[in-house]
Design a protein around this ligand. Structure first.
Ligand SMILES: [Fe+2]
Ligand SMILES: [Fe+2]
Length: 280
C-alpha cells in the first residue's frame, strides 16, 4: 500500500532546486506525488521535472502555479493565458501526468479511498485589506505599499479580459465538476497552487500580497466537498494549519534564499495520506 505525498514551488530555474528534484524519490513503488504548481517558468523546465518524477512515482498529479502561466522572453514557447495552460496540459498528457482537466482519480492506497481533485482556480483580488470594497481600491493600497505581484506583468489572462475573470470562470466550472463528479460519501483531497481559504495568508509579511493569493469564492469548499486534506503552495511558508477541522498543508520548497537558512533538509516530501497529523 502506497503513500500519497506532495510538494510544490520547486522553482527549478535555480540549480540548487534542480539538484533537489534530482534527489526526489518515493519511499515505495506505489506512492503517488502531488505537484502543486510553480515548477518553473519555461515549458522545457516543467517538462524536464515532470518527466523525471513521472518515471519514479506510480502516479504524478500536477496543477499549474502562476509561474508556469507566465509568458517571458526566456521561453521560446510564447503562448499566453488559456492557450499556454492547454499546451502544458497536453504536455502532461504525453507524460501520463494528471491535471485539473482529467477525471478525478481515486486514491486507494493507505488512508484511502479518497478522491484526488487537482484544481486550477487562480485568484480574483477578493483577499482585500479590511475596509476596502473593490479591486481598484485594494490595488491602490498595494501600489502605495510598493507591493505588486510580478503576475501583473507576465501572467496574461487571454482570451479573458482579466485574471479575475479567468478565475471566476475556473471557479464556476470547477464547482460544477466537483458537485457532479465526486461520488457521495467519499472524502476528497483538494490540491490547488493558491490557498483555497484566506486563513493561510494572515501571516504574510506584506499583507497586501494576499490579493494575488486566492479567492473568497472557495471558502466553504473544504467542508462542502468533505476534504480530508487541502494541499497548496504559493506563499512559500511551508506549514500545516487546521481550519474548521480540515488540515491545510502548504508543501512548498521555495527559493534557495528561503530554504537555505532554515537548517532543515530541503525538499522533504509531505505525506498527505495516510494522515500523519491529528487535528486539534
Ligand atoms: Fe512559488
Ligand atoms: Fe506561486
Amino acid at each position: 500500500m502506497g503513500k500519497l505525498v506532495a510538494i510544490s514551488d520547486l522553482h527549478v530555474r535555480y540549480a540548487e532546486n534542480r539538484q533537489i528534484v534530482e534527489r526526489l524519490r518515493p519511499a515505495g513503488e506505489d506512492d503517488w506525488l502531488l505537484v502543486a504548481g510553480d515548477v518553473g517558468e519555461t515549458v522545457a523546465d516543467v517538462e524536464w521535472t515532470l518527466e523525471l518524477l513521472s518515471r519514479r512515482f506510480a502516479r504524478v498529479v500536477w496543477v499549474p502555479g502562476n509561474h508556469e502561466l507566465w509568458t517571458t522572453t526566456d521561453d521560446p514557447v510564447r503562448l499566453k493565458g488559456v492557450e499556454r495552460y492547454e499546451h502544458l496540459v497536453g504536455m502532461c498528457r504525453r507524460l501520463g501526468v494528471l491535471t485539473p482537466e482529467d477525471p478525478y482519480p481515486v486514491w486507494e492506497g493507505d488512508g484511502g479511498p479518497a478522491v484526488i481533485a487537482p484544481l486550477f482556480l487562480l485568484y480574483d483580488y477578493t483577499f482585500r485589506p479590511a475596509g476596502t470594497a473593490t479591486k481598484e481600491e485594494a490595488m491602490a493600497i498595494a501600489k502605495a505599499a510598493g507591493v505588486i505581484c510580478t503576475d501583473e506583468y507576465f501572467l496574461a489572462p487571454d482570451p479573458y479580459p482579466t485574471r479575475d475573470a479567468w478565475s471566476r470562470a475556473r471557479v464556476e466550472e470547477t464547482e460544477k465538476r466537483l458537485t457532479r463528479e465526486v461520488p457521495d460519501g467519499l472524502p476528497t483531497v483538494l490540491v490547488n497552487h493558491w490557498p483555497i481559504v484566506r486563513e493561510p495568508t494572515r501571516v504574510l509579511r506584506y499583507p497586501e500580497f494576499a490579493l494575488w493569493c486566492g479567492t473568497e469564492a472557495t471558502e466553504d469548499w473544504p467542508r462542502r466537498f468533505r476534504a480530508a486534506a487541502v494541499v497548496y503552495g504559493h506563499l512559500h511558508i511551508p506549514r500545516l494549519i487546521w481550519h474548521h477541522g480540515v488540515p491545510h498543508q502548504e508543501v512548498s520548497l521555495g527559493y534557495p534564499r528561503e530554504w537555505q537558512p532554515r537548517g532543515t533538509p530541503p525538499g522533504r516530501l509531505t505525506q498527505i495520506l495516510p494522515p500523519v497529523a491529528v487535528g486539534p
